[in-house]
Design a protein around this ligand. Structure first.
Ligand code: A3D
Length: 312
């Protein structure tokens, strides 16, 4: 893959933003990569460091760090990672009020400089933050999308692959719903090279994998103590950005705005979407079982509570 001549901005040069910039360079997803943060010196220093990996990665574009949104003008994709991350004992909801204010301000700045961008939101609690960006930006629903399902599904696929003793890339699996305790890792649709995992693993094994997937983020927070997962979250955001920048039309689980799909209306929720140049080009709708529908309803209720707390 070679740089597309496109421009990618990453807001928040913390752990996830830095990981995203690193993956963006190593995957060569854009010609111009801009890192933005409020803390002067951090985006500049990190961008300089990452830019010096160019000869080793075969990257021909530029990486700059800045506190000035003018440098982000005309971005094709903007990834928002600005905000606080979880510490042990904190739920994603605890972050809500502080991150709403940050995300509002960031969104206004992005819109003023890149009115045609597709915005990928990573800041937690994601399902409420993506709604905040949608409301504040005034962008059409297809140009605002949340990253969570790609990460939750990657965790799910990793745990399934380990239990099966197979290559992780041969495992296909989908996590839908909220990015939180009520997420829905679907066992019915998980497969390895097309073979349903329900025929390969016991009910008990699958239940344990589903539980570990749901609490996968918390497990990492417990180890780190001072922050949350960042390496794979950064890659997941780039996986989405790449699909938009290269018009790949990947089918990825993302938080998308639902207007009747799956019988759900007026919330962002993790569902499989087709991601291309236009952002969310299509939601891939399919028939759910009664049990899955009930589980998804729990997600909707939890997301609605979060959205109400944003005051928007
Ligand atoms: P951290 O390393 O603290 O980085 C956040 C960065 O945001 C810091 O460098 C701050 O200076 C910067 N920042 C704060 N306010 C602003 C502002 N107004 N404008 C620009 N930059 C600002 O956190 P992190 O990178 O570990 O996590 C970032 C966010 O992503 C948190 O909300 C996490 O909870 C979230 N996150 C989400 C996922 C999902 O799967 C959805 C996964 C991992 C992290």
């Amino acid at each position: 893959m070679s740089e597309s001549g496109k421009k990618l901005t990453i807001v928040g040069a913390g752990a996830v933003g830095t990981s995203a910039a690193h993956w963006a360079v190593s995957r060569k997803v854009a010609q111009e990569i801009v890192m933005v943060d409020v803390v002067d010196g951090i985006p500049q220093g990190k961008a300089l460091d990452i830019s010096q990996s160019a000869p080793l990665c075969g990257f021909h574009g530029s990486v700059i760090g800045t506190c000035d949104y003018k440098d982000t003008a005309g971005s094709d994709v903007v990834i928002i990672t600005a905000g606080l991350a979880r510490k042990p004992g904190m739920s994603r909801d605890d972050l809500l009020s502080k991150n709403v204010e940050i995300v509002k301000q960031v969104t206004e700045n992005i819109v003023s400089q890149s009115p045609e961008a597709v915005i990928v939101v990573v800041t937690n609690p994601i399902d409420a933050m993506v709604y905040t960006v949608f409301k504040v930006s005034g962008f059409p629903k297809n140009r605002v999308v949340g990253m969570a399902g790609v990460l939750d599904s990657a965790r799910y696929r990793t745990f399934l692959a380990k239990a099966l003793g197979v290559a992780p890339r041969d495992v296909t699996a989908l996590v839908m719903g909220i990015h939180g305790d009520n997420m829905l890792p679907l066992t019915r649709l998980a497969s390895v090279a097309g073979v349903p995992v329900e025929q390969l693993l016991s009910k008990q094994q699958l239940e344990e994998i589903v539980r570990r997937t749901k609490y996968g983020g918390g497990e990492i927070v417990q180890h780190l103590k001072t922050g949350s997962a960042f390496t794979t979250p950064g890659l997941c955001a780039i996986e989405m950005a790449q699909s938009v920048l290269f018009d790949e039309k990947r089918v990825l689980p993302c938080a998308a705005y639902l207007e009747g799909e799956f019988g759900i209306d007026g919330v962002f929720l993790g569902v499989p979407v087709v991601l291309g140049r236009g952002g969310v080009e299509r939601i891939v709708e399919f028939e759910l079982t009664e049990q899955e529908r009930a589980a998804l309803e729990k997600s909707v209720e939890a997301v609605k509570k979060q959205v109400a707390a944003t005051g928007l």
